[in-house]
Design a protein around this ligand. Structure first.
Ligand SMILES: C[S@@+](CC[C@H](N)C(=O)[O-])C[C@H]1O[C@@H](n2cnc3c(N)ncnc32)[C@H](O)[C@@H]1O
Length: 393
């Protein structure tokens, strides 16, 4: 079934990135944009759905809602799901997976609700054909998303398939790689002009550096990605390969090569090696370099620029050591990064106090389950007086 008209979509994101995602959608040409908690809804056509998946840096998934109903218990959930004609979306031979997000007192376990929803769908096929679609949690033909908010259940199809943070450029990971969507969001929140020097002096596997390079050179995050959920759709919004190729090629045509200076530092030689491999894999090794270096010895090019770092949060470190590390970071900002705006993400609110600088902005973001602060320190050239004047204005 082809759909030529516009329809509603929901882009899911990380808490704190909703406005950034809304700006991205606006620039891409979405209509009726509305910001929600960890999501932004909008209207577009099937081509826009492909574009959103390929181009949005701060979206985790693009969902297409197909039905909303009021439920009061497990039974009404089952019967409401059975009222949908699932043959409009899949064949009996197709595989499916169901993700459930609960925000309701009606149910407690999302996995259990996914099971019940799956029963409702497969029972419908079994009653008709005597056989049923099977479940494939990793690579299903149809990924279905259930969102239960109080007594409202929204059923949506997941056009992305695997989460969009899985860009496809990461070869090897260190112990704590940052989510790519979060890294891109941090670069966009920093307001980097895409021309001045960009530095991550604790770069780990290089995620922030790579996302900065993609942003600066208009490389769509979907450049590396091999597959999306919508490619398996044969009926509703049936996959239009020609249209997808046109949209993908148009996005690739916008890639530029601006020769920015994007520089990483990393204490561990082994981790730095992994970062270099990832950077090469992302094909941005012409603009991104990484050196093995303790942050306290980092020599930044003179002038203005942006520093973003994601230091250890201290879960595996003694309290004294993490406090000392954050003090070193603050001292290094002052001594080595004059003229730079320095941003830092951490969940360790206590340790932040040891940075010893007055922040000019604090933004709440989530790194996985961890509530973090993304904090900005402006390292002005000149006196402290000027610094205070600007912070207070
Ligand atoms: C939380 S990880 C960064 C993860 C990174 N954002 C990524 O996406 O992979 C912090 C990194 O800081 C490095 N590090 C710790 N102390 C350092 C120091 N004094 N100088 C430079 N890097 C350091 C660690 O080796 C680790 O790789």
């Amino acid at each position: 079934m082809k759909q030529e008209t516009d329809f509603k979509m929901i882009a899911k994101t990380i808490f704190g990135l909703e406005e950034i995602l809304s700006n991205e959608l606006q620039r891409l040409g979405a209509r009726n944009i509305e910001v929600h908690n960890r999501a932004v809804s909008f209207i577009g056509d099937v081509g826009f759905m492909y574009k959103a998946n390929v181009c949005l840096r701060t979206a985790l998934r693009i969902l297409v809602p197909v039905k909303t109903f009021i439920i009061c218990d497990e039974k009404s959930l089952y019967s409401s799901l059975q009222s949908i004609n699932w043959e409009e979306y899949m064949d009996v031979k197709d595989t499916l997976a169901i993700d459930t997000v609960l925000n309701s007192d009606l149910f407690t376990h999302s996995q259990y609700i996914s099971q019940k929803a799956k029963d409702a769908i497969v029972d419908q096929f079994r009653e008709k054909y005597g056989e049923r679609p099977s479940v494939d949690l990793d690579q299903p033909v149809l990924r279905i998303h259930l969102h239960v908010f109080q007594n409202t259940c929204t059923v949506a199809l997941d056009s992305s398939g695997e989460s969009l943070h899985k860009r496809g450029y990461r070869d090897k990971t260190n112990l704590a790689p940052l989510n790519e969507v979060l890294a891109a969001g941090m670069v966009l929140l920093s307001g980097w002009d895409k021309r001045s020097t960009f530095i991550d002096p604790m770069c780990g596997s290089g995620t922030i550096l790579i996302e900065a390079a993609l942003i600066a050179n208009n490389i769509p995050p979907g450049y590396y990605r091999e597959t999306y959920g919508f490619e398996g759709w044969k009926k509703f919004l049936a996959f239009d390969e020609e249209l997808y190729n046109t949209i993908f090629d148009a996005a690739i045509d916008k890639i530029t090569n601006h020769n920015q200076q994007i520089i990483g530092g990393e204490l561990s030689p082994n981790v730095a090696k992994k970062a270099k491999e990832n950077i090469k894999h992302a094909r941005v090794d012409d603009v991104v370099s990484v050196k093995v270096c303790d942050i306290k010895d980092f020599e930044a090019p003179p002038g203005h620029g942006i520093v973003i770092l994601n230091p250890p949060y201290g879960e595996r470190m003694a309290k004294d050591n993490i406090e000392e590390l954050y003090k070193t970071i603050g001292d290094t900002f002052k001594k080595k990064f004059t003229g730079y705006d320095c941003w830092m993400l951490s969940s360790n609110i206590e340790a932040f106090k040891h940075v010893g600088l007055r922040p000019s902005r604090k933004i709440t973001l989530y790194n996985g389950q961890l509530e973090c602060r993304f904090v900005k320190y402006e390292m002005y050239q000149g006196t402290k007086k000027v610094h205070k004047l600007v912070v207070g204005s």
